[in-house]
Design a protein around this ligand. Structure first.
Ligand SMILES: *Cc1c(COP(=O)(O)O)cnc(C)c1O
Length: 370
């Protein structure tokens, strides 16, 4: 049996007719940027996340970068301020911070969930700390109640990186609805994926919304009147229309991912493999199903030899990247161990239970010679 890591083509074929209809409507409207499809998607996604506002932008990195920039414009942040972020995140979270002249303070994650650890956050606080940037890694919501308590006590802003966690919730409160603002990515492989690049910011702060609305569009609310030195980071009508179709399918796709995760959790039994930790079921939307093993190379080869495609999220932590020579001195043993041991099994809305059982069987037949 061949099990691909993620079959994007099959996922989008599943709603082919609806997508073609939505795209045809945009094509025939003659209006391709900042129109009704964007407005409709923004309204639906804000409602979905439980926020007052949503702003479509060009991608997830821009969502994070522009939010921090807006807070600088609003006088809430200044160059040199510190942003606490998990050390084991995807590079985009760090890029958004450094791009703004802010200082990323990398902290070790919780060793079970790999998410921002409240105790480590407390230890990393300094008089220059202004922002907490939790990342809902692999689709599991960080411990937001505890992190919000810290933020309230120390008057910190909270920016969620929700790029992997569309729909994940604690007590019904979803990713994107916890922080002062949240960045989302709709990169094709994300749980809510466009057919190209796309992203969004959610917030319930009208002042932030106002600044961001201009910032993403050349710093302009009114054509040819520029109040900020803005950028061009817009979510176009075609992608917005596509995303509205796919948002309608998200909850059932999430339920499927949760079911597949259950199959893995109940059927993978192998001394060499540590399964992911699930705090509460609604808290995890399983963007990725990430196992750990001390013999990753051998396990990945064993799976590949049996037709199972796996990926590594991520092989090199941000502080070991050439792009950040200033972070190389950091010693982050938990983060480094995570990057040496993680392996992502196939996961997605078109993966069948039969395929998942096969993947589990292949995992269980792994015996390393180490
Ligand atoms: C995908 C991702 C991003 C960036 O999103 P893009 O749309 O690719 O710019 C940011 N943070 C995390 C955690 C991601 O997984």
């Amino acid at each position: 049996m061949n099990v691909p890591f993620l079959d994007l083509k099959a996922i989008n074929q599943g709603c082919r007719e609806q997508l073609i209809e939505a795209m045809t409507q945009v094509l025939d409207s003659g209006w391709y940027i900042q129109g009704k499809s964007l407005e409709a998607f923004e309204q639906r996604f804000a409602e979905y996340c439980g926020t007052q506002y949503c702003l479509g932008v060009a991608n997830g990195l821009d969502a994070l970068t522009l939010t921090l920039r807006a807070w600088k414009i609003m006088g809430k942040l200044q160059v040199g301020d510190e942003v606490i972020v998990p050390a084991n995140t995807y590079i985009a979270s760090i890029l958004a911070i450094s791009e703004n002249g802010l200082v990323p303070v990398l902290v070790e994650p919780d060793s079970q969930t790999f998410n921002l650890c409240p105790e480590n956050v407390k230890r990393a606080l300094t008089p220059k700390t202004r922002v907490l940037l939790p990342v809902h890694l692999y689709g599991q919501l960080a411990d937001m109640p505890a992190l919000l308590d810290i933020a309230t006590e120390h008057q910190l802003l909270v920016l969620e990186d929700s790029a992997q966690a569309h729909g994940a919730a604690i007590a019904g409160r979803k990713a994107g609805g916890w922080g002062d603002a949240s960045g989302f990515s709709f990169y094709p492989g994300k749980n809510l994926g466009a057919l190209g690049d796309a992203g969004a910011i959610t917030t319930s702060d009208p002042a932030l919304y106002d600044v961001l609305k201009a910032l993403r569009n050349y710093g302009s609310h009114e054509k040819y009147k520029n109040i900020f030195q803005g950028v061009n980071s817009r979510l176009d009508e075609m992608q917005a229309a596509i995303l509205s179709v796919k948002l309608g399918l998200l909850d059932s796709q999430t339920a499927h991912r949760q079911h597949i995760a259950e199959v893995y959790l109940n059927n993978i039994v192998c001394d060499e493999i540590t399964l992911p930790t699930l705090v509460r079921s609604e808290q995890h939307v399983w963007h990725l199903f990430v196992i750990r093993t001390a013999n990753r190379e051998a396990l990945q080869r064993h799976l590949a030899d049996n037709g199972v495609q796996t990926l590594i999220h991520y092989p090199i932590p941000p502080h070991k990247q050439q792009a950040y020579p200033g972070l190389q001195h950091l010693e982050l043993p938990i983060t480094e161990e995570i990057h040496e041991q993680v392996l992502s099994l196939p996961m997605g809305p078109t993966l069948t239970v039969e395929e998942a059982l096969y993947v589990a069987k292949v995992c269980n037949s792994f015996v390393s010679k180490g």
